[in-house]
Design a protein around this ligand. Structure first.
Ligand code: ZN
Length: 259
């Protein structure tokens, strides 16, 4: 049998999915990761309802950006239309074109708690600022029509719309946002979101990096929760420290790490 042209992508998706239980980000099958190849225009995703300890590389499903299955015999994750919409709208055009190659969805408890509360996560400290220079956006609740029409696709559209026109509750926590190519919040620079009443979606320059950001978000959400327990009136971190931390890792003259 000739080797699949998607072998490497499937392997990447498989390994990244196994990181969900390894990092305690979800129990049972409450999470999924996909890996995207923008040149081939396909992504590899976990099959629906398969436990992580039974997941095999050959179970991974490959789809194109029209949602057609191009490889695999199993049904893809029920959240596939959300991943599809995010790749189409974030990774193929606009300010983050070519910079998003993996998406993770979990129900990790602290991030999900903020989503259930309908609250954006304020930027309280440098752990958060190392990964994003803004609070973590929580969307508005999906309306009844959207849920009835095509729930998972509409979830993706809600996230995209929220990055183009963030809700008031988010803008209230932010300074001035510089719009780029129609996005007030640039996706690859803000790789985390909470869907109101549901939970977190994160992305990154690889499937592995998207799970990393899911783990970071869980920790940041937990720390923010504790911060407000210690001091219900805690202020967000001042801009000059946020900028320093974000820029030393991600700016033009980044100097954090060994690269
Ligand atoms: Zn979910």
């Amino acid at each position: 049998m000739s080797k699949s042209p998607y072998a490497q992508l499937k392997e990447e998706a498989w390994a990244a999915n196994l990181e969900i239980p390894a990092r305690n980000l979800a129990i049972y099958t409450w999470g999924n990761v996909s890996a995207f190849d923008p040149d081939k225009g396909v992504f590899a995703i976990k099959p629906s309802g398969v436990a992580y300890d039974e997941l095999k590389v050959e179970d991974i499903v490959v789809l194109d950006l029209d949602g057609n299955k191009v490889e695999g015999s199993m049904r893809p994750s029920s959240d596939t239309p959300t991943h599809l919409e995010l790749y189409r709208s974030f990774a193929m055009s606009g300010p983050s074109k070519g910079k998003i190659k993996g998406i993770t969805h979990t129900h990790s408890p602290h991030a999900t708690a903020w989503a259930q509360a309908g609250k954006c996560v304020p930027l309280f400290g440098t752990t958060h600022a190392d990964h994003s220079a803004n609070p973590v956006l929580c969307t508005e609740l999906l309306n009844k029509e959207a849920v009835a029409a095509d729930y998972e696709l509409e979830t993706g559209k809600l996230i995209v719309e929220s990055f183009k026109n963030p809700p008031k509750k988010f803008l209230g926590l932010c300074g001035n946002l510089q719009e780029r190519d129609g996005f007030k919040l640039v996706p690859h620079e803000n790789p985390m979101v909470l869907v109101c009443g549901h939970g977190p979606f994160t992305w990154g320059e690889s499937a592995h990096k998207s799970v990393y950001n899911a783990a970071v978000l869980e920790e940041v959400a937990r720390m923010a929760f504790v911060t407000l327990q210690v001091n219900p009136n805690a202020a967000q971190l001042v801009d000059y420290i946020v900028d320093k931390h974000y820029q030393r890792k991600h700016g033009k003259n980044a100097y954090y790490g060994q690269n």
